[in-house]
Design a protein around this ligand. Structure first.
Ligand SMILES: [Zn+2]
Length: 264
């Protein structure tokens, strides 16, 4: 008999295997990223079906296998129904899941990353501004994976930053003063307001973050800056981030909105 164990987790990736099985990746508190096979999950009468959709938070019973563990039981804890019924929110949730997949390590406990992902899905599901949710998730998921950006002193000369336009350098992992601004081309100006928002995101959690209001142009500046850092750290762009940009374009022209142009 193989050993059984329990954990909770969020489904962050699902690949179908053969006719009826699926290979699932979970983000879990104790085991970090965990991959397991769900046998027969595509059969209509499978008792696992419906519990293992991407972004579902569930309680799992797993059996240790020789190479991969096997899901032997599963109960849904939260399926985030509001998020799931809106294409934009669902896409934002899938981006957060992708990031957790890329930053998480298999078998390495990461309670913080798990908690951040669950909180992000919960916030998207309860109507918090997705731009705020995603920037907070990007900042802290990078921070808890060893990529905490320096926001208070110049990452190169270590002088206190002044209230002027500074520069964010992915290579230096933080802000640079105007004297040290990099010549690498990836560095981008960070206005006083951008720095203020980044510091706010760094210091706040939960309801305090939910209260943050970002105007469209400030939101875009911070998005570009954070996604530049994510791309630098992961050494390539996250595919679902590209999809979010394409989808936003489709909303603007009305293609994703039944002909009514709008802003997601
Ligand atoms: Zn400096």
């Amino acid at each position: 008999m193989s050993r059984l164990y329990k954990t909770e987790g969020v489904v962050i990736k699902r690949l179908y295997m053969g006719e009826a099985d699926a290979l699932l990746t979970f983000c879990t508190p104790e085991s970090g990223k965990l991959r397991a096979v769900a046998r027969g999950v595509r059969r209509p009468r499978s008792r696992l079906a419906g519990h293992l959709e991407p972004l579902t938070r569930c309680r799992l019973m797993l059996a240790e296998g020789r190479s991969l563990d096997v899901v032997s039981g599963c109960e849904t804890e939260d399926s985030f129904p509001a998020l799931r019924s809106d294409l934009w929110l669902l896409s934002c949730g899938l981006y957060a899941a992708d990031l957790a997949d890329r930053l998480g390590a298999e078998g390495a406990e990461n309670r913080r990353l798990y908690r951040l992902l669950v909180n992000a899905l919960d916030a998207l599901d309860s109507g918090v501004d997705p731009a705020v949710v995603l920037r907070h998730f990007e900042f802290h998921s990078l921070a808890c994976s060893g990529y905490l950006p320096e926001l208070w002193e110049c990452a190169r000369c270590h002088r206190q930053l002044e209230a002027t336009t500074n520069y964010f350098s992915p290579a230096a992992a933080g802000l640079l003063c105007p004297d040290c601004r990099g010549r690498e081309g990836l560095d981008r100006p960070a206005s006083v307001d951008v720095v203020k928002v980044l510091r706010y995101l760094a210091r706040h959690e939960g309801p305090d973050v939910a209260r943050l209001k970002l105007g469209a142009s400030l939101a875009r500046e911070i998005e570009d800056l954070m996604q530049g850092y994510v791309t630098y750290v992961l050494d390539r762009e996250v595919a679902s981030a590209k999809w979010l940009r394409e989808l936003r374009g489709a909303y603007r022209t009305g293609l994703a909105n039944g002909g009514r142009p709008g802003q997601p």
